[in-house]
Design a protein around this ligand. Structure first.
Ligand code: SF4
Length: 218
């Protein structure tokens, strides 16, 4: 069987195809960030831990080390939990879900009542949900055979629902095909992405690596 495509491969592909290629070639561990700290806070809150702040801190420091305490403390000041979340029953947090027909796998932030997906975001846009979240949520809806799901924005304390469209699903199908090509060694040509490239962790290698021979044909 082909290697499974991860939901995170799809989100990195939509950021930049070459970025996704490098991510597949040089997988890296997640690093400590305020968003990762907020995720731990959300998981702990939803697990009904009596003292969720303490439990979240213990979890975060166990994963990222004591040197990450400042990141956690700063994130704690900004993290907001909304009463709306309490109205949705949690089934499980950080759950691995997989759909064989699509060969698609991912770690979902939370499976909620009705077996619907809930993903976490950082700061909410003024209206609706961010495009990246739409893509991610669609991928999880497709894995779970659901028409809709939720995004919870931890810094804004906002819960948003979203119903996926056929157009969203098509994006996922095309992205799966494209990730499979990258896995075969297809490195797309570099196109000018000034804002994205400026802070990209792969900038140096990307500047010297040409598109692959296969990319001219696949
Ligand atoms: S440097 Fe730019 S083109 Fe290269 S991987 Fe990063 S974002 Fe993509």
């Amino acid at each position: 069987m082909k290697d499974k495509v991860r939901v995170s491969d799809i989100t990195s592909l939509l950021f930049c195809q070459r970025y996704c290629y490098f991510n597949l070639s040089f997988p890296e561990e997640t690093t400590a960030s305020k968003f990762q700290a907020m995720k731990e806070m959300y998981y702990s809150y939803r697990s009904d831990a009596q003292n969720w702040e303490k439990w979240a801190k213990n979890r975060f420091l166990a994963i990222y080390g004591k040197e990450s305490e400042e990141i956690f403390n700063s994130a704690l000041k900004e993290f907001k939990i909304s009463k709306e979340v309490d109205e949705i029953e949690s089934i499980e947090t950080e759950v691995e879900v997989y759909k064989e027909e699509l060969n698609l796998i991912g770690i979902l932030d939370e499976l909620v009542e009705g077996n619907k997906p809930l993903i976490l975001g950082y700061k909410a846009p003024e209206s609706g949900i961010w495009y990246n979240d739409r893509v991610k949520l669609t991928a999880f809806c497709m894995i779970l055979d659901k028409k809709d799901g939720f995004v919870y924005y931890c810094k804004s304390g906002m819960l948003k629902g979203y119903e996926v469209t056929p157009k969203d699903r098509k994006v996922i199908i095309k992205a799966i095909d494209r990730v499979n090509k990258l896995k075969k060694g297809f490195l797309p040509e570099k196109t000018d992405k000034k804002n994205k490239c400026r802070n990209c962790k792969y900038k140096e290698i990307c500047d010297v690596k040409d598109e692959t021979f296969a990319s001219k044909f696949l």
